[in-house]
Design a binder for this molecule. Structure first.
Ligand SMILES: Nc1ncnc2c1ncn2[C@@H]1O[C@H](COP(=O)(O)OP(=O)(O)O)[C@@H](O)[C@H]1O
Ligand SMILES: [Mg+2]
Length: 418
């Protein structure tokens, strides 16, 4: 390291000595280096000057009347604004004891009287260079820290925005897909139902005509069963594509759920399933299409039963989320219905086989099913029903044990502009 690397000009040195001739010698020695120099004739004066002058280095005489050099050094070190400046002690002799004590109170070096110009210059230079390096290092560290913080916040922000964009996009794609399929399905279904009715009529007529032929009757029964299957699928597709036909009534969603669960039990659909109902007692009424919502709950219960292979526990719960708690979860990206009165949250939780990760993105797609005997329409129908209510339906499963379906519906009252 040579001097050319460092520009020490203008760095500040505070000389503290009670003997003016000593000060003169030091000042003359240091003059050619073009440092900025301040003088204090006592420890007390030094303590007053230093916080204003903010020296980069202090040359401090040990023996002075009033407070001596050691005490002055200690006090300088205690003060935050002056504590970082290195202190070089001026010692009258080479007394090791004096010098050691100087180091103990925070000095970094010493020079002895009478002064050797070269020695003074060299030591001053060394410590000023060190001081400069420390300052540069600290500034670089602070800057790095700041840059790192900025990068972190930027990164966080863009990740958040990305996430929001992705989820909005996913929802749009899903509802576009549903709308497209819905239009196609509606047309197709009506075309299918007419000839299907004709086939059904002929089958019934044949059943009467050939009532003694058991083989034929068996075949006809299979045909009837398949006709019913086609009818179910087409009716579901018609439901699914029913546009704008949602009939809103002010109802309590608990009542809708209780009715569905009661019916399923009476029909023997949930015989082996243990059903827990955890319905919030103080749910507000909301404008809903009870018939369509019933269909959603039937679908969810039937899926749960399927996933549990009939045996297991199905927990149905409801909850009211007041507005301040759901500002984030309320979906304003695509929902046309204002959400002014909080959310109703309905959960269907089962102990079935769960949903594998790779299926998570597809279960709401029309015709997606892991069971070849099923239609794969239950969840897509449910999705579009919930969407029509301005709500959201999501699935949660760790892919191994159990699945939870969460429906959030905005609480809407008759006069709240929906
Ligand atoms: N509760 C559940 N547990 C595990 N998987 C489920 C559950 N509900 C739905 N699924 C998966 O989602 C698929 C699609 O469901 P759905 O649209 O109702 O069609 P379907 O019941 O006719 O198969 C199911 O085939 C199944 O793989
Ligand atoms: Mg289903």
């Amino acid at each position: 390291m040579n001097n050319e690397t460092f520009d020490l000009k203008g760095m500040k040195i505070l000389i503290v000595d009670d003997t003016p001739p000593n000060i003169d010698v030091l000042r003359k020695t240091l003059e050619p280096e073009q440092y900025e120099i301040a003088i204090a004739l006592s420890g007390e004066a030094a303590l007053k000057v230093a916080p204003k002058f903010l020296p980069d280095l202090v040359l401090l005489d040990i023996r002075m009347p009033g407070i001596d050099g050691y005490e002055t050094c200690r006090k300088l070190k205690e003060n935050e604004s002056t504590g970082k400046a290195p202190v070089i002690f001026i010692s009258a002799n080479n007394d090791t004891k004096d010098i050691l004590k100087g180091f103990r109170v925070g000095g970094v070096d010493y020079i002895t009287k009478p002064f050797q110009a070269e020695e003074v210059l060299a030591r001053v230079r060394t410590h000023l260079q060190l001081q400069l390096l420390i300052k540069e290092h600290e500034a670089a560290r602070a800057k790095m820290k700041q840059t790192a913080m900025e990068l972190l916040t930027k990164n966080n922000r863009s990740q958040e925005a990305m996430q929001q964009l992705k989820s909005a996009q996913k929802k749009l794609v899903q509802s576009e897909k549903l709308a497209g399929i819905g239009r196609l399905a509606e047309g197709m279904c009506h075309e299918i139902l007419n000839p299907l009715n004709v086939i059904f009529g002929i089958t019934q007529a044949m059943e009467m005509e050939r009532s003694e032929d058991e083989d034929i009757l068996k075949d006809l029964a299979s045909i009837t069963e398949e006709i019913k299957r086609i009818e179910t699928i087409t009716n579901k597709l018609i439901d699914f594509s029913a546009k704008g036909e949602i009939q809103l009534e002010s109802v309590n969603i608990n009542d809708v759920i209780q009715k569905v669960m009661e019916n399923l039990k009476n029909e023997g659909q949930l015989d082996k399933v243990e059903v827990n109902q955890d319905l919030a007692p103080d749910l507000p009424n909301s404008l809903l299409d009870p018939g369509l919502m019933e269909q959603v709950f039937i679908n969810l219960a039937s899926n749960a039963k399927h996933a549990m292979d009939a045996y297991g526990t199905l927990t149905v719960s409801t909850e009211f989320l007041a507005k301040e708690n759901n500002a984030k979860s309320a979906d304003s990206t695509i929902s046309p219905i204002p959400n002014d009165g909080g959310l109703l949250r309905v959960k269907f939780s089962d102990t079935g086989k769960g949903i594998p990760k790779e299926h998570m993105g597809k279960i709401f797609d029309p015709f997606f099913s892991t069971d070849p005997d099923m239609t794969g329409l239950g969840l897509s129908v449910s999705y579009s029903v919930v969407e029509k209510h301005g709500g959201t339906i999501t699935a949660d499963s760790n892919g191994e044990k159990g699945a939870t379906f969460i429906i959030d519906l905005p609480v809407v009252h008759r006069n709240s502009g929906a």
